[in-house]
Design a protein around this ligand. Structure first.
Ligand SMILES: Cc1ncc(C[n+]2csc(CCOP(=O)(O)OP(=O)(O)O)c2C)c(N)n1
Ligand SMILES: [Mg+2]
Length: 335
């Protein structure tokens, strides 16, 4: 019997999917709170917060097939990295620059997610460059007739970059299996969306001959639905799509930014009321998948997993200085 407000069955999602999606959203939130505190304690030099974006990231990433599809994320995609196979320990090894950091063995800045064995392509700091990488990879997949879809994520600020327009144009012309997901949090550091995009992000898709849709990025099921429809089209050979997920970041742009200089506290509080985790909890309670006690248990378990990840990463080895040239120069040897 269909239960009240049962949207997930229509989307082909099972209860186990929802519980795991919720668990990962919690992990991302608690990783974020810990990394922010560690920064303020002087233990983590640089933090890019994810809080507020968990619904958009987990929902969109869930639409891809792990082990087959390719992820080209940007720096804010901590929750996406967890969906793609990162653990809290991996996250904190990156934050502390440890040898076991999957992204770069402690060589890159934190939040430059990458792992060959999880099909996550590491990005560069210049925004939207990952979109061009993604378009190139999608062309490769198409030419080799591989059954793989490529996803790339970016902010609305990234859509002002020439690299983004180049990726859109190339994807549209060559009908690439590429999904471009914009996490529109309305700010590019201090620059408001109204000073960034004259029209709407999703409407730009039309000019590049692909479908463009928008939805509530704070609703994990909406984020999943829009992305899954696009992934299915791409897998069927029908080409790329642009998806705009509207959301908000709860903290400053990074640990080096002070958002009080450009955002009112009232605005932040309004958006905190639309917290994607609270929204998903309401849904899960409404369809009787969790109750208040289960939520408490899952929150405690996620906090414990994050605390254990921080401890393991703190105790992990630093990279051997003799390996500093590895992966930097083609012929570098470990001395
Ligand atoms: C080409 C380039 N210009 C400027 C910067 C500095 N910068 C880093 S993040 C950022 C804002 C990006 O905002 P948005 O794309 O909306 O993503 P968000 O951080 O809001 O998630 C800017 C301007 C950069 N990294 N690369
Ligand atoms: Mg933004």
């Amino acid at each position: 019997m269909a239960r009240r407000k049962d949207r997930h069955t229509d989307l082909g999602l099972k209860e186990e999917d929802l519980v795991e999606m919720y668990r990962i959203m919690l992990l991302a939130r608690y990783c974020d709170e810990r990394q922010w505190a560690l920064n303020r304690q002087g233990k983590a030099p640089f933090v890019v917060p994810v809080s507020g974006h968990e619904g958009a990231q987990v929902g969109s990433a869930w639409a891809f097939e792990r082990g087959k599809d390719v992820f080209c994320p940007y720096y804010r995609d901590l929750a996406l990295a967890l969906v793609a196979g990162f653990t809290p320990k991996d996250v904190f090894c990156g934050l502390f620059g440890k040898k076991d950091d999957p992204s770069s063995g402690g060589r890159q800045m934190p939040a430059h997610w990458g792992a060959r064995d999880r099909n996550i392509i590491t990005g560069s700091s210049p925004i939207a460059t990952q979109c061009l990488h993604a378009a190139g990879i999608a062309l490769g997949k198409k030419l080799k007739r591989e059954d793989a879809v490529v996803g790339t994520w970016f902010g609305e600020g990234g859509t002002s970059e020439g690299d983004w327009h180049g990726a859109m144009n190339f994807a549209g012309i060559h009908k690439l299996p590429l999904i471009l997901v914009c996490e529109n949090n309305q700010y590019a550091i201090s620059v408001h969306e109204s000073k960034q995009v004259a029209g709407r992000v999703f409407e730009r898709a039309k000019g590049y001959g692909m479908p463009g849709v928008e939805g509530d990025g704070n609703d994990v099921l909406v984020s999943y639905k829009l992305t899954k429809e696009a992934v299915d089209r791409a897998r069927a050979g029908e080409g790329p799509s642009l998806i705009e997920l509207r959301t908000y970041r709860f903290y400053s742009h990074t640990s080096d930014d002070d958002d009080r200089t450009y955002r009112s506290r009232d605005e932040v509080e309004e958006w905190r009321k639309k917290d994607p985790i609270l929204k998903f909890e309401e849904y899960l309670k409404g369809v009787n998948i969790v109750d208040v006690a289960t939520i408490d248990e899952m929150r405690e378990a996620a906090k414990t997993d994050v605390a254990e990840g921080v401890k393991a990463a703190d105790e992990a080895e630093l990279p051997d200085p003799a390996t500093a040239g590895l992966h930097v120069y083609a012929d570098a040897e470990v001395s």
